[in-house]
Design a protein around this ligand. Structure first.
Ligand SMILES: [Mg+2]
Length: 498
């Protein structure tokens, strides 16, 4: 960082930071030297003071629970949980399995070219929260202003240059209509929102690349539809593989602190429930592995195959009782929800009516910000928590000293430049971009952090902050807090506040 800074200070090329050509022409040589020295000293003084301030950052604990909104745990009487990637933490082996089974479905069922079976999984290619343009077959990361991060755009596995992206979109902005659709047309962009979608994105990109390289005519939307359908159809096979008792530990973390966390809530008299889209046998197998065969004693209500987000939106779909011995559903009408039974489908309206679990006394925790949290926040007033597993990895990077130095340098440079200069030079811009690119690549070479695009929050993190009251990397991080703890959001200075 230091050598870059000195190179900037002593660079006096055309249109430089220190003096632009117009100023140089208007000064004699003595004035020129005096002016340079004065500006050097002023810049260095302000930059050094700023750097000193910015370098004073403390490490962040990766196991902290962060607040977007004030949340008083003393008011929470009922805790609800999603299962996959909320209570259950999967190993990377599951992503590899999803990728392999998805390839096999494409080839065996949809008759895609056999060469697709040889495409290797690329761990770390994709991250959560990306958008896929179904018309153009382009994968990209958007920020909260719908701006494309120009260095994070791929067609297949091939990086697109900034010029190619700007040419494709006539700029770098994606309209709301393309993202959400309109009354006339559905959305053109598909967002990949959870950790299950990471291997799916890798498969989509690898198959897209294969088609392009082999000059096979294809339509990106059909490709996206087929890959999505293939991955959806592997679930019964995947569930069966994980249900084999000797196999589950290959894919699922034991997650020892989970039992202590749930026991703590139960001892405090809190009610607990589970709402998951997964089938009972699959959940039972994983929960038994993590918590033992009596895991259901922790939960007052267990709801499987819930069809979220429809569970929260459709107010009329009935609950049914699951008969685990016969592995079927019963026709009997559900008039109350009882501990010890397992329910299938249902809806939030009936759940609230039968339990009287309303509003701010219920905290529901899930990993999927749209299907788990959005409806609850926007329409029902339950408090919400998001589990973002990648958070601890990202915090560990934020804590690295090289990363901290680079960010301090960027912040100091931004504030000093803003104070002293009205124009950049190409050389300075390049150095600045190099440092920014380095910080981005620390998280993921292709797409950077899931939470930010340089200075702005990502599209994903803006929704995370809107739909969750708290967020953390693992559910058991809540154990660190007393049950009467109040989470306060950080008071950020607004741009016009000092
Ligand atoms: Mg989940």
């Amino acid at each position: 960082m230091k050598s870059n800074f000195l190179r900037i200070l002593f660079n006096t090329n055309n249109n430089s930071l220190l003096l632009n050509r117009k100023n140089v022409l208007s000064l004699n040589s003595r004035q020129f030297v005096r002016e340079i020295v004065q500006r050097l000293l002023t810049f260095k003084e302000i930059f050094d003071a700023s750097l000193k301030k910015n370098e004073k950052s403390v490490n962040v604990d990766p196991l902290v629970v962060f607040a977007n909104n004030e949340l008083k745990l003393a008011e929470i009487d009922v805790y609800g949980f999603d299962y996959d990637y909320t209570l259950a933490i999967y190993k990377e082996a599951l992503q590899v399995l999803i990728y392999r089974l998805g390839k096999e479905k494409l080839v065996d069922k949809l008759k895609y070219p056999r060469g697709i079976k040889d495409l290797p999984y690329k761990p770390g290619f994709a991250i959560r929260g990306l958008h896929y343009d179904m018309q153009k077959g382009i994968l990209m990361k958007l920020d909260s202003f719908h701006q494309i991060q120009l260095t994070s755009v791929y067609r297949g596995l091939t990086h697109l240059t900034e010029e190619e992206v700007i040419d494709a979109y006539k700029g770098s902005h994606i309209s709301q209509e393309l993202i959400r659709g309109s009354s006339r047309q559905g959305p053109r962009m598909r967002q990949l929102n959870d950790l299950f979608s990471v291997p799916e994105t890798c498969l989509l990109s690898s198959v897209n690349e294969y088609f392009i390289r082999n000059k096979i005519p294809h339509h990106p939307e059909i490709l996206s539809h087929d890959v999505q359908g293939a991955v959806r159809r592997i679930h019964p096979t995947m569930h069966a593989m994980l249900e084999q008792a000797n196999n589950i530990g290959e894919y699922l973390e034991k997650h020892e602190p989970l039992a202590i966390f749930l026991q703590g809530l139960q001892n405090a008299g809190k009610k607990m429930f589970l709402i998951t889209n997964s089938p009972f046998k699959f959940v039972d197998c994983g929960m038994t592995y993590m918590l033992g065969p009596c895991w259901r004693n922790y939960f007052d209500i267990v709801i499987v195959e819930a069809k979220k987000p429809l569970f929260f939106a459709n107010q009329s779909w009935p609950f049914r009782i699951y008969d685990e011995k016969a592995n079927c559903t019963l026709w009997e009408e559900v008039k109350s929800l009882e501990k010890g039974r397992v329910y299938i489908e249902g809806n939030l309206n009936d759940l609230q009516r039968m339990t009287k679990w309303y509003g701010k006394n219920v905290l529901y925790v899930g990993d999927q910000i749209y299907s788990d949290l959005a409806d609850l926040t926007l329409h029902h007033g339950w408090r919400t928590g998001a589990i973002i597993y990648e958070l601890s990895h990202e915090i560990n990077i934020l804590n690295q000293s090289d990363y901290k130095k680079a960010v301090a340098w960027l912040k100091s440079f931004q504030s000093t430049s803003q104070e002293l200069f009205s124009q950049d030079s190409e050389y300075i811009r390049k150095t600045y971009e190099d440092v920014r690119a380095w910080t981005k690549a620390q998280f993921n070479k292709q797409f950077g952090s899931i939470f930010r695009t340089h200075d702005n929050p990502t599209y994903f993190s803006r929704r995370l902050f809107r739909y969750s009251d708290i967020y953390t990397s693992e559910i058991t991080n809540l154990s660190k807090y007393q049950l009467n703890h109040t989470f306060y959001p950080k008071r950020f200075a607004l741009p016009h506040e000092k």
